[in-house]
Design a protein around this ligand. Structure first.
Ligand SMILES: Cc1ncc(COP(=O)(O)O)c(C=O)c1O
Length: 400
């Protein structure tokens, strides 16, 4: 199919999410790069929005996918048959996560993980109120979208009301707002590092205070580690970096090693409440697909065997050092290899995106922050690639 026809068919027949898609064709991807059919190479500083943590085309993941696809793909809806890739992945996670997070419910996506976690919190506590943070992003389905904080989230939510009732939002990092969590609250959902808010790490002591408040009133603490999990912040899970254990954690994105997979994980005691009254309270046909679990497990093994996570903090700090002193940069917010480089104006940011495109860099801005660009490459990026890509970013900054 020639290029103009392909582009026309893309616009006509592939459902669009914005009036101005990037429209760069991908021919192949490996490591931290993807290539167009014309042979142009891009540094992928988005990694599929924190998905490709072990790099594109990672041979260990490709092999796991091929082997499992040849053995069996989908057989029966989630939770009925014993499928080895699911069991092996769940057991490994249980061993790596702090206690009592030992029961893994596999789903298809981040939004579905959040849906399952919210339902579990309501079912376990018998309460209805859900609390989330301003500028939070938890997914695009009705339930997950309801938890986008007010007022900033209204830009997306308003057109789709009515959404979930009994939802309130509080300011992230505001210790004074914790009193809004009460005996009526089923669960508090929080990204330990806010991602789409433009990378906002927690204030010292904030997650601990949130944990204490939830314990005081009997509300469950739910961490959305969909973007921060699987090494992104410099620990395998951000909860380990910040030393606070939630009652439920949601994973997705890098969790599937590049394949679609999510999970909500809790203690066995909490999770078991989903089995009865009603039975089948959350069901999913493709959740925990054996090929996706095999890919996710291979990616996790790769992270562990190659000690990838141990170098994340240093590589993130290197980007900060290489870019932080440029006169166009107003500041850098960072957790591990998740960086928001602040330019201070959306006009500059849009121009920067054009320059990036010319120079072979894929970056992006954030849902709630269109004045900063994102750097969240595969965690396997080498120090040389950090330096080289930072040099190109600086060239774009010079041209701003
Ligand atoms: C923190 C967070 N939660 C949830 C989601 C939703 O995940 P998904 O797009 O797989 O539904 C995202 C996606 O960007 C996210 O960043």
């Amino acid at each position: 199919m020639n290029e103009p026809i392909l582009r026309r068919q893309f616009l006509a027949h592939v459902g669009q999410t914005s009036p101005s898609p990037l429209m760069i064709e991908v021919a192949r991807a490996e490591g931290v790069f993807f290539h167009t059919p014309e042979g142009k190479r891009y540094y992928d500083l988005v990694a599929g929005v924190s998905v490709s943590n072990v790099g594109h085309g990672n041979p260990a993941v490709v092999r796991a996918v091929q082997e499992q696809a040849a053995r069996y793909m989908h057989v029966m809806v989630y939770g009925e048959l014993i499928e080895r890739p699911q069991v092996a992945y769940a057991a490994k996670l249980a061993a790596l996560l702090p206690e009592p997070l030992s029961s893994v419910y596999f789903v298809n996506s981040g939004a579905e993980a959040v849906e399952g976690a919210l339902k579990l919190a309501k079912r376990f506590t018998g309460r209805t109120e859900l609390v989330s943070m301003r500028r939070a992003y938890h997914g695009s389905t009705h339930g997950a979208m309801s938890l986008m904080g007010t007022p900033e989230g209204e830009e997306w939510k308003a057109a789709f009301r009515p959404l979930l009732p009994d939802v309130r939002s509080i300011e992230f990092n505001d210790f004074g707002a914790l009193g809004a969590i009460t005996e009526r609250t089923a669960g508090v959902l929080v990204e330990p590092v806010q991602g789409e808010a433009g990378v906002r790490p927690p204030a010292p002591g904030y997650l601990e205070a949130l944990r204490r408040r939830c314990d005081e009133v009997g509300a469950l603490l739910l961490f959305d580690e969909i973007q921060t999990g699987m090494g992104r912040t410099g620990a395998l899970f951000a909860m380990q970096r910040y030393g606070v254990v939630p009652d439920i954690v949601c994973l997705a994105k890098a969790f599937g090693g590049g394949m679609p997979l999510g999970a909500f994980i809790s203690s066995k005691r909490i999770m078991d409440s989903l089995q009865t009254a009603p039975a089948l309270g959350h069901i999913t046909t493709f959740g925990g697909h054996p090929v996706c679990c095999a890919a996710g497990l291979a990616a996790l093994d790769y992270l562990l065997e190659h000690r990838v996570v141990e170098e994340v903090e240093a590589k993130g700090a290197l980007y900060e050092e290489l870019l932080g002193d440029h006169p166009q940069v107003r500041g850098i917010r960072r957790s591990g290899l998740l960086l928001a480089v602040e330019l201070g104006s959306s006009e500059k940011l849009y121009r920067m995106m054009e320059l990036f495109r010319e120079e072979g860099i894929l970056s992006d801005w954030f849902l709630y922050c269109d004045t900063a660009f994102r750097i969240s490459p595969p965690l396997t990026i080498t120090r040389e690639e950090v330096c080289d890509s930072a040099r190109i970013v600086r060239r774009c900054l010079d041209r701003l």
